[in-house]
Design a protein around this ligand. Structure first.
Ligand code: HEC
Length: 225
């Protein structure tokens, strides 16, 4: 333990422990100085909560997958295409597509849910925040919304009522989507039903205080106090 130590945060706290005397002298100096060095480190170290995190360029607006002919009645083509346009415009794919939150969307899994979650708590205060994984919204019956009724999909988009009866959908900006008119929501629902079902299960939500085993990102605006 007899080598130059320096405090990472501030270079001026550099402490050189290489003494000039013989070997015995060196060890005596070390044993005398070590407690001081450790005490200095203990009091001066500041923990920055974002250390170990990197900034990402998430993809917010993505091309939505094309409707599959045969999955909708020909007379509904206009409605389905309008739904596709709205889904692109409203940024659904930016959250509901694997890799999009990290800036590398996997277009084979477009709208089929994200394996990267979103923390919904203040990163400065919660070392182990609650995390949700945007689910699969393709019409796969098992892992997507294939068995949901039009009303259920409508309620998820406009009122944030999802599979969790006791709470509203978190993170998704449904408060903004609540202003969509009936026709537009119906178009989005018709479009979601028309795309290719993709089997892809996203990780379960992580409760606050539990360590997430899958990756996640932070959103949010934080003010200094
Ligand atoms: C900012 C990210 C984000 C955007 C943008 C977003 N969602 Fe979501 N969505 C989520 C998350 C996260 C959940 C699950 C939240 C939860 O469990 O509390 C969710 C849930 C849903 C659900 C319920 C499905 C289920 O299995 O529970 C539907 C349907 C849905 N979103 C459709 C849409 C549509 C359509 C759009 C675009 C108009 C959209 N979302 C935009 C993040 C987003």
């Amino acid at each position: 333990m007899c080598f130059p130590l320096y405090h990472r945060a501030e270079g001026r706290h550099r402490i050189n422990l290489q003494p000039k005397g013989g070997l015995a002298m060196k060890y005596r100096m070390c044993s005398l100085l070590l407690p001081l060095v450790l005490a200095a480190c203990a009091t001066e170290t500041t923990v920055y909560p974002y250390a170990g995190h990197e900034e990402l360029n998430s993809t917010t607006i993505l091309d939505a997958p094309a409707p599959v002919p045969g999955n909708f009645a020909p007379e509904n083509r206009f409605m389905v295409e309008r739904g596709e346009y709205l889904v692109e415009l409203l940024g659904c794919g930016g959250c509901h597509t694997d890799g999009a939150l990290e800036g590398a969307p996997n277009m084979d899994k477009s709208l089929a849910g994200s394996g990267v979650g979103i923390a919904f708590m203040n990163p400065f205060r919660n070392e182990m925040p609650g995390v949700i994984y945007p689910p699969n919204i393709t019409p796969d019956a098992e892992t997507g919304i294939g068995t949901w009724s039009d009303q259920q999909i409508d309620a998820a988009i406009k009122a944030g009522i999802g599979r969790h009866a006791n709470r509203r959908i978190a993170v998704m900006p449904w408060q903004g989507y609540a202003k969509m008119n009936e026709e537009d929501v119906a178009a989005v629902v018709a479009y979601l039903r028309s795309i290719k079902p993709v089997k892809h299960k996203v990780p379960d939500a992580v409760k606050p205080g539990t360590r997430a085993t899958e990756p996640f990102v932070y959103f949010g605006t934080f003010r200094s106090r």
